[in-house]
Design a binder for this molecule. Sequence first.
Ligand code: NDP
Length: 295
Amino acid sequence: MPATLLDGKLVAQRVVSGLRPRVEALKARGIQPRLAVVRVGDDPASQIYIRAKIRACEQAGVLGGELELAASAREADVLARLEELNADSAVHGVLVQLPMPKGIDPHRVAAHIDPDKDVDGLHAINLGRLLQGDARFRPCTPAGVLRLLDDYSIGLRGRHAVVVGRSEIVGKPMALLLLERDATVTVCHSKTADIAAVTRMAEVVVVAVGRPGMLKGDMIKPGAVVVDVGVNRLADGRLAGDAVWDDMCTRAGHVTPVPGGVGPMTVAMLIENTVQAAECAAAGASECPELGVRR
Ligand code: NDP
């Protein structure tokens, strides 16, 4: 039987339009949720990603704005801009689009964003809280993966999930979120001796490597759920994931397409985190009880 497509584009649209009532409720209290995206340099892929984020903001009724710094900007310039955004009470979510030019340390930049506005969930405080099982902003890509699986009623408790890739943005937080859902989690990376032997045991495989075709059909168990986070530009200009699409269609039980799988879900989670940040800012106190979120 062919694999069921996990349609991230469709689910993301539903998530984003589902945020409208929350945004309207904020507006009724005089609060316009606002996201600021900082771009440093002219990376064309970044420009495309930011446009998609701003479009999704518009769909939800969130104000999305892009702040551009020249490729020649120094780290101090980026930090100064972040300080302005941190101090601006009209801005609820702040993110710096990656990658940044060489010479700018992404850790120092992430550390400079007010944790209450860190809608990417990459500040050390927010990652630490995720580790402690007390997440406030879950990193958008792994959170989007879980939301997509939830939408298709794919349970995780007690299942063996394998994450291929261990970046701070995707692989590591993905493993933590899967653990939070009571999956049994294995993480593979570039030094793993026999990746195929590990992925073949998995009921759920999340691949986030950035190498087209690395996950082949004979590396998965028939019927497995395959979530392909990879986004790779092929020589002919097309986009492809990390998994071999035709193999997955015939062997997997469920599979995400690239494009149209995890990418739109990542954006949807960013907008949701921004709305949550605005709600928490509106709550004002040290608690944000309506969301069950401790600040
Ligand atoms: P990184 O380059 O930061 O991390 C890649 C990971 O893959 C590393 O942990 C690396 O291992 C591992 N790896 C590299 N080669 C191999 C190999 N041959 N076998 C096993 N593991 C390997 O990438 P990101 O996590 O940032 O992104 C991964 C992919 O996901 C990219 O294609 C990116 O474009 C895409 N992406 C998509 C998003 C979306 O919204 N759809 C969002 C973010 C990323 P090691 O640690 O040992 O070096």
